[in-house]
Ligand binder design. Structure first.
Ligand code: NDP
Length: 397
């Protein structure tokens, strides 16, 4: 029985709060804190049992420390934004509590995410006897565990990895992002990058496109190569991988809007002077776009996220595909959120559960693929993200 402090009351925070509340024997006491307390209170009202709420600026370490000392959690689940990761890690170290997040640190002034800042906390967490679990969402997160599962149970040697992230949902609006628009647009407009033969290969943004026939009625979709953070940790932790890539689906309509916004400078992170006030265009754009949390009732269709891994088993070349299908409307019925927030929030709850139950608890800073995949894979089936696995005849080129 544990006490948990969830920080961040956005789309993902809402799902984490719901899922933790469902697992009362592990998460005995829950506090939800965020910059805007009214958002925490709104989520708290939806839940079947009472939780505490609080206001906190997670960029302010003394304020965080004060809150953590008051709440006395066993761990913090950080589902605020990647900019807050290091501040929250510092506060956890100062107060002696475990840490979990779903996205790696990104400096606000530079569209660049890397694990180096958080991996640098390895010694501090180890010496303090505390655990930090990095990237416990879907991708990274479940895709990292899928890779560890394939490595443990299906291959003697994995050679290539392709992570395919398909959102076949439709919200009926002209343009909206499914999670924080600023983070989402920064990711998509950056150069692509993949791992091949021991080095990174850089592509122009969305330069590589393929068509993939997704299972269970989703059908053929355009997918584009992106750089994604789990490629950095997976290529490090599975050094046999000759190639590792990440792909995401985008509709022609989405890309057209994005192109126009980019052409007129609305996706820029450089501050501009507007009538005597400094504004960051992408932050202004975020204020105009629909709140991702508001897409829940509107979005219909499914997501399909999974890994295609080619490798050797018993001397034979094999192609393995493991994936989850998630239905936007079913998610909404359960937790009043669409599937993108759901597929991130459920693994955050499961990662926290793994730690609190002692199945994954060990001091230091860890990515999910470094831990035993079996109990996590079992809980995916139990808590709303069932997975399927199959062998393919044709490689994904
Ligand atoms: P939202 O923008 O919907 O929510 C972010 C929340 O964090 C908001 O409630 C916001 O407060 C709060 N917040 C922001 N800054 C601070 C601060 N300084 N102090 C306290 N609270 C703050 O984002 P999402 O819920 O969509 O995403 C949450 C996280 O999940 C992000 O880090 C995102 O990158 C990650 N993610 C990971 C995925 C994965 O598969 N691994 C997939 C999707 C998302 P306010 O409401 O006041 O602005």
């Amino acid at each position: 029985m544990a006490r948990v402090l969830i920080i961040g009351a956005g789309g993902v925070g809402q799902v984490v709060a719901h899922k933790c509340a469902q697992v009362e024997d592990v998460f005995e006491h829950i506090t939800l804190a965020s910059r805007t307390k009214s958002k925490c209170d709104k989520i708290a009202e939806m839940l079947p049992r009472k939780i505490d709420t609080a206001e906190v600026d997670a960029d302010n370490v003394p304020e965080l420390v004060k809150l953590i000392k008051k709440v006395r959690p066993d761990m913090v689940i950080n589902v605020a934004l990647p900019y807050q990761d290091l501040h929250i890690m510092d506060a956890c170290l100062e107060t002696g509590v475990h840490y979990l997040d779903t996205a790696n640190y990104e400096p606000p002034e530079e569209a660049k995410f890397e694990y180096k800042w958080q991996w640098a906390y390895q010694d501090k967490f180890e010496k303090a006897g505390l655990m930090a679990l990095l990237g416990s969402g879907f991708d990274p997160g479940v895709t990292s565990v899928f890779t560890a599962h394939a490595n443990k149970h299906h291959f003697d040697r994995m050679k290539t990895l392709d992570i395919l992230d398909c959102n076949a949902g439709d919200h009926g609006l002209p343009f909206a992002t499914n999670f924080n628009p600023e983070i989402n647009i920064r990711e998509i407009t950056a150069n692509g990058r993949y791992w091949e033969n021991g080095q990174w290969v850089t592509t122009k943004p969305l330069e590589y496109k393929r068509v993939f026939d997704f299972p269970e009625g989703i059908g053929e979709k355009d997918i584009y190569l992106l750089y994604h953070e789990e490629l950095e940790s997976l290529s490090k932790h599975f050094p046999d991988l000759e190639r590792a890539r990440f792909w995401m689906t985008f509709s022609a309509n989405y890309l057209k809007h994005l192109e126009v916004l980019q052409n007129v400078g609305m996706t820029s992170i450089e501050p501009v002077d507007f009538q005597g006030q400094e504004i960051v265009p992408i932050q202004f754009l975020k204020a105009l776009l629909p709140d991702p949390a508001s897409l829940g009732p509107l979005t219909q269709g499914k997501t399909c996220i999974g890994n295609i891994i080619r490798g050797i088993k018993d001397g034979k070349d094999k192609i393995y595909y493991v994936y989850n299908i998630c239905d936007h409307q079913e998610c909404y019925r359960e937790v009043k959120s669409q599937a993108i927030s759901y597929t991130t929030g459920v693994p955050a709850m499961i990662g926290a559960k793994m730690m609190l139950e002692g199945k994954w608890m060990k001091p230091g800073v860890w990515n999910l693929e470094q831990l035993d995949p079996d109990p996590f894979m079992a809980d995916l089936n139990r808590y709303g993200l069932p997975w399927q696995e199959t062998w393919l005849d044709e490689p994904f080129q």
